[in-house]
Design a protein around this ligand. Structure first.
Ligand SMILES: [Ca+2]
Ligand SMILES: [Ca+2]
Length: 297
């Protein structure tokens, strides 16, 4: 449990903050903070940084009620100096605090967006309370038409591999859960520790597969890809011919290249399973360990 405190300059207030919503990784919170002037303002709390007053330019009250999965879009309501009394707002790091009635005025026609109460994980859809024709309150669903990208960060544990993972390239596939059709494919490169990082506009629940030459494919099912996702994948070695099984065909290629070094006529880089630039008994041992195995679908 973490106590979220309040604004650093407001230490003596009995009520200092209220938290209403949290990002998918738990690192960013939206809510309200008591200001030095005693007003509640919409606030955004970031782990390790504390609260920021999102409405510091206004003397009037506001409150953040919802946040996108990546913590970058905050919505809520703010008191306005007009007969409408209160308006829905959106805050982003790039655009700051915006009254939602302004950028989407052409979609509203007699409707005043008074409070934004929830936002979809990808930041595209906002719902809340609207005042319609000045007479009734109704829920609203606003399609902003703008989705946030999601970030997939991962680490590939490459069994028995002693070479530099940065010299390898892998293929990462997104498929709908339980389906075989690949919806999107990305080439991933690794750092020296096998870490990779990519962004995708395809927010959703995905089966994610990683294939790296020499290794059996690894799939993680039903990964919620919103905001920032962290994956850890252990890849088993031995698939020299790339058919996602370790069989006699892989064994045959290893035997044909046995004892070779780069530059030799029978050198086969794929058979160098441990990546030490020689085809030796160590490569053979990796193949034997996984003989008969099949990679994930
Ligand atoms: Ca194979
Ligand atoms: Ca080797």
């Amino acid at each position: 449990m973490v106590s979220l405190g309040g604004l650093p300059e407001v230490r003596l207030s009995f009520e200092r903050s209220v938290a209403n919503a949290v990002s998918s990784d738990g690192m960013v919170v939206a809510g309200k903070v008591r200001t030095a002037g005693g007003t509640w303002h919409a606030g955004r709390w970031v782990f390790g940084e504390g609260w920021t007053d999102l409405a510091s330019t206004s003397p009037l009250a506001s409150e953040a009620l919802a946040i996108s999965a990546n913590g970058e879009v905050v919505v809520g309501n703010l008191v306005v100096d007009s007969p409408d009394l209160v308006h829905a707002f959106r805050w982003t790091p790039e655009r700051g605090l915006e009254d939602l009635n302004v950028p989407y005025a052409s979609l509203l026609q007699g409707v005043v967006l008074q409070s934004a109460e929830a936002i979809s994980a990808d930041g595209r859809f906002i719902v809340g309370r609207a005042l319609v024709s000045g007479s009734t309150y109704q829920g609203f669903l606003l399609d902003t038409g703008e989705s946030l990208s999601a970030e997939i960060r991962g680490i590939a544990h490459l069994e028995g591999f002693l070479g530099d993972p940065a010299a390898l390239a892998g293929t990462l596939e997104l498929r709908h859960p339980g389906h075989s059709d690949v919806i999107q494919q990305y080439t991933v490169t690794f750092d020296g520790l096998g870490r990779f990082d990519l962004t995708t506009p395809l927010n959703g629940i995905w089966d994610i597969s990683l294939h790296v030459p020499r290794f059996l494919k690894r799939t993680i099912c039903k990964v919620p890809v919103f905001g920032r996702v962290q994956l850890s994948l252990s890849l088993l070695s031995g698939d020299i011919d790339g058919d996602n099984e370790v069989t006699l065909f892989d064994f045959g290629r290893l035997v044909a290249a046995f004892g070779s070094n780069p530059g030799d006529g029978n050198w086969d880089a794929m058979a160098d399973l441990d990546g030490d630039q020689e085809i030796t008994l160590y490569d053979f041992a990796l193949l034997v360990r996984n003989f008969g195995r099949t990679g994930d679908e």
